[in-house]
Design a protein around this ligand. Structure first.
Ligand SMILES: NC(=O)c1ccc[n+]([C@@H]2O[C@H](COP(=O)([O-])OP(=O)(O)OC[C@H]3O[C@@H](n4cnc5c(N)ncnc54)[C@H](O)[C@@H]3O)[C@@H](O)[C@H]2O)c1
Length: 381
């Protein structure tokens, strides 16, 4: 067996804690350090038995570091990713990869110059159902893809947050934070370059100043069309459209859902941060009995359709309606590590590269421009 890849985690909040079970279970990776400046959060990392540093610059004392996983607030991604690449480490950066396209370009350029890999994830195109849909499309089982539609209805706006998570200029709001997943899924399934973007963005609650909902229409060069609909204002839940299955593959009937509303937003930023840190420990479970559902995704081809089911997919084509059960033994983050291992060892394709993530950012910026001018925006590739 090849020697394990040494990885350090930078920022030990919700995203990083969700990754820990996958890293611990994967013999190809060995966690060697954590960087986390907040004392209340550091204590969650101490039981891991690796050094817990205060600052990313402390990582220079770690011998033989192959790469870092950046799970810090989005405004830190560009500067930290570039610094790590320049130190000679590969980088896995959380989505959205940066606050804007120019930061994304600088990151991709640093990866190229330093000859180190930049990967963006976790995003929901890593999920088993989306990967299986992609394979069914590639095998031609529903003909040519005509439309892919993704609908999400959540309480995103009212979950506990740091202030910058609501600011679009800092990579916040549902367009950057959640649209990053939707656009990722739509691009994976339409399998072409986006030609034009038309969008409307909604900032509906003056007490929670953010882009909390959007409707985005993407026109692809191969003729496919796609929509990303997101409403994060805590009304209807997408789980009502997905047989009560949650984003992370749990059954959550209406009476068992933790659902944030405008009335529950904490009074002060400190209280809100404390609530976020408490929620981070268990917000994203590592195993699930059903498949993850990032809202409802429906693919329509010239010869059939595909939608998700709790256990997998329903394919409707000339052969009839066929339900395909997918395995649940690998979580979305196990699948990120599978791609990461191949990438860092220089084997296999690097789907979720910095360039891939940059294209998602370009589409988010085009959506902002389209919403501002009220017209379709042409993307130049
Ligand atoms: N892929 C997913 O499903 C998913 C889920 C949640 C968040 N995210 C992404 O992960 C990133 C972090 O979000 P989060 O919700 O985990 O935030 P968070 O606030 O829970 O975690 C961020 C952590 O980084 C720490 N930090 C702050 N400054 C730092 C620094 N200079 N060096 C090291 N650590 C520092 C904070 O103290 C905090 O503990 C964001 O980009 C977000 O979009 C992705």
């Amino acid at each position: 067996m090849e020697k394990p890849l040494h990885i350090a985690i930078v920022g030990f909040g919700a995203a990083a804690q969700a990754f820990m079970p996958a890293i611990k279970a994967n013999p190809s990776f060995q966690l060697v350090a954590v960087v986390e400046p907040h004392p209340a959060v550091q204590k969650n990392a101490l039981p891991l038995g690796v050094p817990v540093f205060q600052d990313i610059s402390d990582l220079k004392s770690v011998p033989q570091l192959d790469g870092v996983y950046l799970a810090t607030p989005t405004p830190l991604h560009a500067q930290q990713a570039i610094a790590c690449l320049e130190k000679g480490w590969h980088v896995l950066v959380e989505k959205p990869m940066a606050c804007n396209v120019s930061e994304g370009i600088a990151m991709v350029e640093a990866s190229r110059k330093c000859n180190k890999h930049l990967t963006v994830g976790h995003s929901h195109s890593f999920d088993a159902p989306i990967q299986a849909m992609k394979q069914i499309i590639e095998r031609g089982e529903i003909g040519t893809v005509a439309m892919v539609n993704n609908w999400c209805f959540t309480d995103w706006v009212y979950r506990p947050r740091r202030l910058e998570e609501l600011d679009s200029k800092l990579g916040g709001g549902v367009l950057f934070r959640q649209g990053a997943h939707q656009i990722d899924i739509l691009r994976a399934l339409c399998h072409s370059h986006v030609k034009t973007v038309k969008a409307k963005l909604f900032n509906a609650d003056p007490k929670r100043d953010t882009v909390g909902a959007h409707a985005i229409y993407l026109d692809f060069e191969n003729g496919a069309a796609a929509t990303a609909i997101y409403n994060g204002y805590g009304g209807i839940s997408s789980m009502e459209l997905t047989q009560n299955i949650s984003e992370w593959g749990y059954e959550q009937r209406p009476d068992s859902r933790q659902w944030y509303t405008a009335h529950q937003v904490p009074q002060s930023a400190e209280q809100e941060l404390a609530a976020k840190q408490k929620r981070a420990v268990s917000a994203i479970p590592s195993t699930a009995p059903y498949q993850p559902h990032f809202g409802l995704t429906v693919v329509s081809g010239s010869q059939g359709d595909i939608r998700q089911t709790p256990q997998g997919l329903m394919v409707c084509n000339a052969s009839g309606n066929t339900e395909i059960h997918l395995p649940t033994h690998q979580s979305p983050r196990d699948l990120v590590l599978a791609e990461l291992e191949q990438t860092w060892r220089g084997k296999g394709s690097h789907w979720h590269s910095g360039r891939w993530g940059l294209e998602n950012l370009r589409i988010c910026e085009a959506a902002i421009e389209s919403a501002a001018c009220g017209r379709e925006v042409l993307l130049s590739n």
